[in-house]
Design a protein around this ligand. Structure first.
Ligand code: ACO
Length: 431
């Protein structure tokens, strides 16, 4: 039976339908609100706005639950590979053996980047941030592959192309930034092994693949594969809602992810831990600064819009981080600082009252550092992992008949109407 919420405004009553999700989550459908009452809702940052119905990921921020297509993140991280999880996130079901093999073949077929694109890399200034380069390169793919998506088969080709090429493009960017020869993808390597090889193999020092490190990278990317309506995904959907092509939509998502409050936090965490290490600030000082409202500093890698408990991904990431450091016999003083920061923060009343716990970014950078990934590429690593989610969400949005052009309203708070004054009558001005 359909349920309703009743809203009373200035003596006028309106019945608003309740939309129920499959996990007990529910929303009030306000689509007719403005038309019937003249009001819009006010929700900066959309913290209480359900912008879509989605079948891709489920999160319970109070209980610390994350599922992709119904599967717990813990089970996927334990048993799945990144390619299998990407298939699941995009197609809705785990692949069978034949489907997985076909996907691997397609990933190999699409792994090269057009040689003309390599010239683009040469022309970025040396100090360019790899996220800016990645966003530009993904957008540029549209110029090389302008075909429209008109069937499921076209879509498969496009999503495999994106997933395969993003890894090649990211590693080329690293190689060129170091002035090294580009390493081509190898068809005999798995997705993650291929990435590590393209990053670190050189003619003078062959890269030795370790299965534990390849596994850790699979887990890292599985943990990032989707996170429902986060900032960058909301951007991908919003851009796609204007019928913008998938490459440009994802390029916009990469730009959104770059920010410190979102995916850029993994780089910011390492910068914060390095500052503590190098400048000798105490953990207590850092916690004091994070609590001080007159100081814009925040404890990076802590807090989350949805999780009001420990981020389930952070638990797995912390374990993954310890395992990688142990396997590589890598002693990182930043890990000791992070562990101490966590210990102090989670028992501090400010952090407890504000429900601030480590998020996925808190330990991920320490693990990536141990693998040899440079700090400015941490967010690129996040982007590669999040790509299946962006693709799935872009597709779902474009196929959802209830979706419209994304176009929020506002409450105008500027000057009321006033007459134009010619320049000679304006006096000195105020600037
Ligand atoms: N350190 C100190 N205080 C914090 C932190 C933090 N990391 N995060 C939130 N707070 C405080 C705020 O000062 C605010 O306090 P007040 O209510 O007393 O004024 C309260 O907690 C709520 O903060 P908001 O900014 O309103 O919370 P929001 O949900 O918008 O922010 C966010 C979530 C952006 C992730 C925030 O927790 C943050 O800035 N964290 C640090 C950056 C970070 O780690 N980002 C990665 C997030 S995960 C991801 O995107 C992959």
């Amino acid at each position: 039976m359909e349920k309703f919420a009743t809203l009373t405004i200035g003596g006028q009553t309106m019945e608003l339908p309740i939309v129920e999700g499959v996990e007990g989550d529910s929303a009030i459908d306000i689509r007719m609100l403005r038309q019937k009452t003249g009001f819009v809702t006010y929700d900066p940052g959309y913290g209480n706005t359900g912008s879509c119905k989605s079948t891709i990921a489920y999160m319970d921020g109070e209980k610390g639950i994350l599922r992709y297509r119904g599967y717990d993140i813990e089970e996927l991280a334990e048993n799945s590979s990144f390619v299998e999880t990407a298939y699941l996130v995009i197609n809705g079901e785990l692949p069978g053996r034949e489907e997985l093999n076909r996907t691997s073949v397609l990933l190999n077929d699409h792994s090269l980047v057009h040689e003309d694109m390599q010239n683009f890399y040469q022309n970025f200034p040396r100090a360019s941030h790899p996220m800016g380069i990645l966003s530009a390169m993904v957008n540029a793919l549209r110029s090389f592959y302008p075909e429209l998506i008109t069937s499921d088969k076209d879509f498969e080709e496009v999503y495999v192309r994106l997933i395969s090429k993003i890894r090649t493009m990211a590693s080329i960017s690293y190689k060129i930034s170091r002035g090294h020869k580009v390493e081509y993808p190898r068809p005999d390597y798995t997705y993650c092994a291929n990435f590590l090889n393209m990053m670190f193999n050189t003619p003078v020092k062959p890269y030795i693949l370790r299965k534990e490190i390849v596994r850790a990278l699979n887990v890292f990317w599985i943990l990032h594969a989707d996170h429902e309506q986060n900032c960058s995904t909301a951007v991908v959907r919003a851009v796609g809602s204007a019928r913008t092509n998938i490459y440009a939509s994802i390029s916009a998502g990469i730009s959104a992810l770059w920010g410190d409050l979102h995916g850029g936090a993994n780089q910011a965490v390492i910068q914060m831990l390095s500052d503590i290490h190098e400048k000798g600030a105490s953990v207590e000082d850092i916690i004091r600064r994070a609590k001080d409202k007159s100081d814009p500093f925040r404890l990076m890698g802590f807090g989350h819009r949805v999780y009001k408990t420990y981020d389930p991904r952070a638990k797995i990431m912390k374990k993954n981080c310890h395992e990688v450091l142990a396997r590589l016999k890598y002693k990182d003083p930043l890990l000791d600082i992070a562990l101490k920061l966590e210990e102090v923060a989670v028992s501090d009343p400010y952090f407890v009252d504000h429900n601030l716990y480590p998020n996925v970014d808190f330990y991920s950078g320490i693990m990536l550092r141990a693998m040899g990934i440079p700090t400015n590429m941490f967010t690129v690593m996040f982007a590669i992992g999040r790509l299946p989610g962006w693709i799935a969400q872009w597709r779902e949005n474009t196929q959802d008949p209830e979706q419209r052009l994304t176009r929020p309203r506002q409450v105008y708070s500027g000057c009321p109407r006033r007459p134009y004054v010619p320049i000679d009558g304006r006096g000195e001005g105020t600037w």
